[in-house]
Write a new protein. Structure first.
Length: 135
């Protein structure tokens, strides 16, 4: 699977290896390769300068620019390596979509959005079955 944004690209091989490349303050045209410990990415999403990975175990990993808190990690610090979003530890993440400065996440139980630097419930979507999301 592959995902592209304005400045870089990410793709995942069957082995679970994740490759990123392109022009950004994180990759700077130098391809990088990594694996997530004890988990394999199923879905990827790219914003302008941030990335989200949804894994087989239903975890969400984010990395990249975080000026608006779009990584959902509780800070606005830039993160250069995939980091598990602890706020969703009790949820099983199914889908993620990244916009320019925000990230949407769909879990088995409910839909959430980033509100500043933390996730919050969007009550309107609570009873809907979501097939696809995009930003």
């Amino acid at each position: 699977m592959a995902t592209l944004n304005l400045q870089c690209s990410i793709f995942v091989l069957e082995s679970g290896a994740v490759f990123t490349f392109g022009k950004s303050k994180f990759a700077d045209n130098a391809p990088s390769k990594f694996w997530l410990k004890n988990d394999v990415p199923l879905r990827t999403a790219c914003g302008d300068e941030h990335t989200a990975l949804v894994t087989e175990n239903g975890k969400l990993f984010t990395f990249g620019s975080n000026n608006w808190g779009q990584l959902g990690l509780g800070t606005k610090n830039t993160v250069n390596k995939p980091t598990c979003v602890k706020a969703l530890k009790s949820e099983r993440v199914k889908l993620a979509a990244c916009g320019r400065t925000h990230t949407l996440v769909y879990t088995c139980k409910r839909t959430t959005e980033i509100n500043r630097t933390v996730f919050s419930i969007v009550i309107y979507f609570r009873m809907l079955f979501v097939l696809v999301m995009a930003c």
